[in-house]
Structures are given as structure tokens and as C-alpha cells.
Design a protein around this ligand. Structure first.
Ligand SMILES: Cc1cc2nc3c(=O)[nH]c(=O)nc-3n(C[C@H](O)[C@H](O)[C@H](O)COP(=O)(O)OP(=O)(O)OC[C@H]3O[C@@H](n4cnc5c(N)ncnc54)[C@H](O)[C@@H]3O)c2cc1C
Ligand code: FES
Length: 322
């Protein structure tokens, strides 16, 4: 099924709360929102800056948004209510746009363009799914975990962060994360609610397994008897982690999908700023650039060329005043 095209509308902030040292959870109410599935994202900017006719000062207490382009955020959860739809975004404060997001208060309005992009495929005939989330790659996989469980799949999640205070998750007091990556436990509140056990990894060993999420997944896999034919791996996070998970899956013959991140100026396929090199047998050179915003952000891991064939020669598209 082709996902519905994006709508541009104003959304009202209903909550914007810190979940760990650098992450906040933003809940937005929109009057109507098309059919949407995990993997898709919204592109946001200040409501008063979205059209020149509305160009006014920001509401009191909201940071002056000194940027021009929308910012992309995966939909981390969605709830239909009588008055419309509640969208959840989980974000890490890294720069101008996310500092502006962090300054929003309930009642403020922002402009939302979405849903944009494609979705994680639910693969028929495979009973098991492993989710690998590194850092800010967690949001789309939280919603995917819920969707996979509703479809009757057996799911295990691998959630990694640099340290425990950067993990945007509630640690379930009844299930302390194991230091051994071969042991998945109901230790993450948001995942345990759907019956999904998790392996937590931190680079500094401050919680769970000491090491990176790709290593945790490989360690778990070494002690697991799931046949490759019954398993799908879904991953989202920094590109080196995606590459490591993709390589692991390729070696084991496991189907794998990765959610890629690119700077996105337009989010709707017009500016060509968000390219991902992919293999394409129909192309005379055997590969081409795909647009992450419309053909992605989810790609079959085996299609992505992790070493861009033209990286040495190519000058990437640039945008000023981002
Ligand atoms: C499809 C898609 C989905 C995304 N989903 C999410 C999401 O669910 N939650 C979320 O927090 N982010 C998500 N992102 C990333 C998010 O769009 C960027 O973090 C955001 O645009 C940064 O905007 P900014 O103005 O705050 O930072 P900028 O001012 O644009 O950048 C400030 C500095 O932070 C660096 N930076 C930018 N992004 C990141 C990052 N992700 N991690 C570390 N450093 C970064 C930049 O290189 C720069 O040095 C997603 C991106 C895409 C393309
Ligand atoms: S962000 Fe403009 S084409 Fe993808």
C-alpha cells in the first residue's frame, strides 16, 4: 500500500517533557492526520514562520527560531482521539532547531508537514523481529515494536546509548538490564508494556552490556538458534552502527531494513539534498542516488552502498541559512 501524501497543518503542543539528559518527548495534537505507519516522519518548523502571511514574532517564552528549514523527526507513537490525532516525537537537543523545540510549552503551535517518507515493511511469513536502536534511532523503532507485536511477531529490542543518562527510556524496576548481551529482559518500560524484551547497551558500561548496540546484537545472535529464514532485523541510528548491523545480517543471510538519516531541506523530493547511494541493476552504472525523504528513510540494507562510489569526486549539495 502506498502511504498517504503529506499534509501541512498547524499542531498544538500538549506536552514537552524531558525523558533523560538530552532528550525530550513532544506530544502534538493535530485535527486530522492521514493514515501513517512506523518509519514515516514529520517535518516541523515554527507556525508563525511557515507562511510569509503569518510571519510574526514567536509567542512569549518560545526561543527565537533563527533557522529557515524544517527539521525531520520520526513519529515515535500515534493515538487517535475524538478531537483528532496525538503524535509523539522523541528528540535530542543538538542545535538551533531542537533548542527551539525544547522551548515549546503546552498550547504553543508549530507547523507540521507529514506524514512523509516510506515505512518499515512487515514481512509476511517471518515470525521473529529484532530491533536495533542506537541513540536517537530509537523513536521509530518504539512504534514499530508495538506494531509488530500487534501483528503477532516475536520481538527482541537492542537499545544502545553512550551512557545510561543518555538513554531516553524508562528502565523497568522489575527487570534490571543484564550485563550479558545474550540475555534479553523486560527491562524497558515502553517495550515491556508490549511484551518486548530488550538488551540495553552503553558504550561506558554504566547500564547493561558494555559496548555498542551492533556488538550487543552480534553477541545475542551468537547464542540464539533462530533460523535466518524466520528473522527480520530493523535498525535505526548512526550510520556506522547501521553499517555494522547490515554487515552482520548479510553474513548470516538475514533480511534487514535500515532507517537512514540525511539533512533534509524540503522533505518532499524537490531539493535533492538528501541522497543515499543504492545499487540499481536497471541503471547503466549499476547504482544511483535515491532520495532519503521520498524513497526512504527506510531502505533494504542490501540495497545501500555503504561506501558512496562517488564520494571522492562528488561535491554534496549545500544549503545556506539552514
Ligand atoms: C527521517 C529523519 C528522522 C529523524 N528523526 C529524529 C528523531 O526522531 N529524533 C531526533 O532527535 N532526531 C531525529 N532526526 C534528526 C533531526 O532531524 C536532527 O537532529 C535535527 O534536524 C537537528 O536540528 P538542529 O537545528 O537542532 O541542529 P542543527 O543546528 O541543524 O545541527 C547542530 C549540530 O548538531 C549536529 N547534529 C544534527 N543532527 C544530529 C544528530 N541527530 N545527532 C547528533 N548531532 C546532530 C549537526 O551536525 C550540527 O553540528 C531525524 C532525521 C531524519 C532525516
Ligand atoms: S529533502 Fe529535499 S529532496 Fe529530500
Amino acid at each position: 500500500m502506498t502511504p498517504a501524501g503529506p499534509l501541512m497543518q498547524n499542531a498544538r503542543v500538549t506536552a514537552n517533557e524531558a525523558v533523560c539528559r538530552e532528550h525530550l518527548r513532544l506530544t502534538l495534537a493535530v485535527p486530522c492526520f492521514p493514515d501513517v505507519r512506523p518509519g514515516q516522519f514529520v517535518h516541523v518548523c515554527p507556525a508563525h514562520a511557515s507562511t510569509s502571511a503569518e510571519a510574526t514574532a514567536p509567542p512569549a517564552g518560545v526561543a527565537e527560531p533563527n533557522f529557515m528549514l524544517r527539521r525531520a523527526f520520526s513519529i515515535a507513537g500515534l493515538r487517535r482521539i475524538d478531537a483528532g490525532t496525538l503524535l509523539e516525537i522523541l528528540y535530542r537537543v543538538v542545535g538551533r532547531g531542537t533548542r527551539w523545540l525544547a522551548s515549546l510549552r503546552p498550547g504553543n503551535e508549530i507547523s507540521v508537514l507529514g506524514p512523509a517518507g516510506n515505512t518499515f515493511p512487515l514481512v509476511a511469513g517471518k515470525g521473529r523481529a529484532w530491533l536495533a536502536a542506537g541513540g536517537v534511532g530509537l523513536p521509530p523503532l518504539l512504534w514499530l515494536a508495538e506494531t509488530l507485536r500487534a501483528a503477532g511477531k516475536n520481538v527482541v529490542a537492542f537499545c544502545g546509548a553512550r551512557s545510561a543518562d543518555l538513554l531516553p527510556l524508562g528502565v523497568n524496576p522489575e527487570g534490571t538490564p543484564a550485563a550479558d548481551a545474550r540475555e534479553a529482559r523486560l527491562c524497558v518500560r515502553e517495550l515491556a508494556a508490549h511484551g518486548v524484551p530488550a538488551v540495553i547497551s552503553t558504550d561506558d558500561g554504566s547500564l547493561g552490556y558494555r559496548g555498542q548496540v551492533g556488538e550487543a546484537l552480534a553477541t545475542y545472535a551468537a547464542g540464539d538458534a533462530t533460523p535466518a529464514t524466520d528473522l527480520v532485523v530493523y535498525a535505526c541510528g548512526p550510520e556506522p552502527m547501521l553499517r555494522a548491523v547490515a554487515r552482520h545480517c548479510e553474513r548470516r543471510g538475514v533480511e534487514c531494513y535500515v532507517c537512514m538519516e540525511r539533512a533534509m531541506a524540503c522533505g518532499i523530493g524537490t531539493c535533492q539534498s538528501c541522497v543515499v547511494p543504492v545499487g540499481d541493476p536497471a541503471d547503466p552504472e549499476g547504482w544511483r542516488y535515491a532520495l532519503c525523504c521520498t524513497e526512504g528513510p527506510v531502505f533494504a540494507a542490501g540495497d545501500v552502498l555503504w561506501d558512496d562510489p562517488q564520494r571522492q569526486q562528488r561535491t554534496p549539495p549545500t544549503c545556506c541559512g539552514t
